[in-house]
Design a protein around this ligand. Structure first.
Ligand SMILES: CC(C)=CCC/C(C)=C/COP(=O)(O)O
Length: 283
C-alpha cells in the first residue's frame, strides 16, 4: 500500500527529494527530519545510536500506539511523561466532582414519592416555593406599593432590584456553565425559565442567601426571628439537594454567589433621591 510519505522521500535515508524517484520508507526507519535534535545531542552524535536508544523509550515499550516511538516526531519520553501525568488541580477537581455526584445522589432522599423519604417531599416542595422568585418579586412589589414611608419604599425598591439582578446573574451563569440537573431530578417545578434546565448554580440558594442577608441587614428583627431567617436559608439549600434538584456544589456555590450579590446591591443602592427621580419619571 502506498504510504503518504512515499511522495516526498526519494532516498534510502528518508531525506526528501523533490521530483526524485518514487520509493517507500520503511516504518522502522524514521526520517531524519523528524528526529528531535536535542535527543540526538543528548544521546551522542551518532544518529543510529540515538535512534536505537529512542526505540527503547518507555513509550515504545508500552506499545502505546506508535511503531516509530519518540524518534518519529512524537516528542521525547520526558515530554510524554508530563503529558500523561494529570495535574494536581485536575485530579483534585475530578475527585471533588466524583464526591459531589456521589453525595448528592445519596442525599436525594425526596427525589420522588417512592424514595426513602418520599413522604417528606410535599414539605420540601413547600420550602421550594418559599424560595421561588415569583413570591419574592410579588411580595417586594406589593410591599413597595403599600409602604407609606420613604425608608420602607427605599428598602423594598432595593430588594426588588436585588431580586431582578439575581435572576439575571443566575441566568447568565447557568447559560455559560450548562451543567445538567441530576438524572434523578423530576422536572416538576412551577414557573421556570429555559435556563432552569441547568443546575449550576441553584437559583433558590442564591436568592435565599441574598434575601437572608438583606432581611438581617434592613429589618429590625428580634433574635428568634433572625435565627429563623438563617434556618430558612439553610433549609432552602438543603431542600434543593434532598429533592434531587441540585448537586451539593450547585447549592454551595449558590450560597456564595447570593452572599456576594448582596454586596452588589449595597454598592448599587438606590437612594431616596434616585427613587424620587424614578417615580417622577413614572408619574
Ligand atoms: C419565574 C421566576 C421569576 C423565577 C424562576 C425561579 C426558579 C424556578 C429558579 C430555579 O431555581 P433552582 O436553580 O434552584 O432550581
Amino acid at each position: 500500500m502506498h504510504s503518504p510519505k512515499a511522495k516526498n522521500t526519494g532516498r534510502r535515508d528518508g531525506s526528501p527529494v523533490l521530483g526524485g524517484s518514487f520509493e517507500f520508507v520503511p516504518l522502522t526507519k524514521p526520517v531524519n527530519r523528524s528526529s528531535p535534535r536535542h535527543l540526538l545531542q543528548r544521546q551522542g552524535s551518532d544518529p543510529t545510536t540515538a535512534r536505537l536508544r529512542a526505540s527503547e523509550s518507555p513509550l515504545r515499550r508500552r506499545g502505546s500506539g506508535s511503531s516509530t516511538g519518540s524518534a518519529s516526531g512524537q516528542g521525547p519520553p520526558e515530554e510524554d511523561g508530563i503529558r500523561l501525568n494529570p495535574s494536581l488541580i485536575g485530579i483534585s477537581l475530578s475527585s471533588l466532582l466524583a464526591i459531589d455526584l456521589w453525595l448528592s445522589k445519596r442525599l436525594s432522599v425526596c427525589a420522588c414519592e417512592d424514595s426513602s423519604w418520599g413522604s417528606v417531599r410535599p414539605l420540601m416542595k413547600l420550602i421550594e416555593v418559599s424560595g421561588h422568585g415569583i413570591p419574592w418579586l410579588a411580595g417586594a412589589a406589593y410591599s413597595l406599593y403599600k409602604s407609606d414611608t420613604a425608608a420602607g419604599q427605599e428598602v423594598m425598591l432595593n430588594l426588588l432590584v436585588g431580586l431582578l439582578l439575581d435572576l439575571i446573574l443566575v441566568g447568565i451563569v447557568k447559560a455559560v456553565v450548562r451543567r445538567r440537573r441530576p438524572a434523578h431530578n423530576q422536572m416538576d417545578m412551577f414557573a421556570t425559565f429555559s435556563v432552569d434546565r441547568y443546575s449550576f448554580p441553584s437559583g433558590h440558594a442564591t436568592r435565599a442567601a441574598m434575601c437572608g442577608r438583606f432581611l438581617l441587614a434592613h429589618l429590625v428583627l428580634a433574635a428568634p426571628l433572625r435565627v429563623l431567617v438563617l434556618l430558612w436559608v439553610g433549609l432552602v439549600g438543603l431542600s434543593r439537594v434532598l429533592l434531587g434538584r441540585h448537586n451539593v456544589t450547585d447549592v454551595l456555590f449558590g450560597f456564595w454567589m447570593g452572599y456576594c450579590q448582596y454586596n452588589l446591591v449595597e454598592i448599587l443602592w438606590f437612594s431616596p433621591q434616585t427613587l424620587q427621580g424614578l417615580l417622577g419619571h413614572l408619574a
